[in-house]
Write a protein that binds this ligand. Sequence first.
Ligand SMILES: O=P(O)(O)OC[C@H]1O[C@@H](O)[C@H](O)[C@@H](O)[C@@H]1O
Length: 343
Amino acid sequence: MDGNLKDLALETYSRVVTAELRINELVQERLSFGDPLWRFFTVYLEPRFLFNLVIPMCGIYSQALLTRLVFAVGLASTLNSFAKWILPEQRPLWLLREMYASSVRSPSPGVALESHPLSCETTAGMPCAHSMCFTVFTLTIWMFLSAHAHSGQRWLAGTVAYGLIFCMWLSRLYLATEFLHQCVLGTFIGIQAIGALQQNADYLWSRRRRWAVTGVLLLGGLAAAVYFAKLNLDVDPHWSVREAFKWCPDPSYMRHEASPIFYLVRDLGILMGIALASPLSNLDTKNASICRRCASLLVLELFNFGMRWATPKQNGRFAFLAYELLRNALHSLLLLKYIPKLK
Ligand SMILES: O=P(O)(O)OC[C@H]1O[C@@H](O)[C@H](O)[C@@H](O)[C@@H]1O
């Protein structure tokens, strides 16, 4: 009975993802006129770019908005990286090529997908990080601006926000990096995460630094425990990187800083910066003059850019990961705690 249920579940899953491959194909065929736009969404609105440029730019408008964005998007990105670290789910191009390469799954799906450098992701597919972090980013801005808007303006801004999130889905489907269900679930989890953060805002924002830092260290321990548990269970922790190597048309499209471990370290670094700036309720979120805000954020982001440029990539992976952890922690700490002091 159990065996039958498992077979049925696998069969249903396989049918669903095969049908979803056709959605990727349809989007590639019908929406190629928007190619520059889909690339723009994937390249310039991805979590790393949000942290290194877009969120700091929002700080020019308001320090309170910047604080909320770093907190919400930082937590969402960490949650996403953990989900990808724990659950190994295929991406469309990997699955399609496996299907064609394997004689077990027949008949072949009869789908053709185009791939290029942006399709060479090295993490698992589920849930879509672009959709999840962008959902949290847009809805946090929407909620912040809605506090002082009429219901008509709120409705209009909400429609624009969901329209942009839909464009992010199309971008990921067009580049064949994600299945539709991975994008939808990314957005769904993002919305649930915002709800949970809102409900527990008082509790979370009043945590003392000691507790917050302990929480981040425990998360680091959890990530390491998952790694060793996988090794014990004979599950390859680097499965997604191997899939990418196997199916990416050119390995030079893949980057050091795109592995699941790198993303976990990056996100834990961002959280560590938030933890060091805790309690968040004590942070100064008053706005300095616009000139001062522009100048201080410009200096900070130039400094961050220099730090990124100087990343030691040739001194082994531990130096690389430790540097990234510290750089991200310093960047979010400076954004949250020290930029407002420069008044
Ligand atoms: O899950 P997606 O949308 O394919 O994204 C994969 C990775 O893409 C990178 O650009 C992000 O910085 C990562 O956080 C993310 O994990």
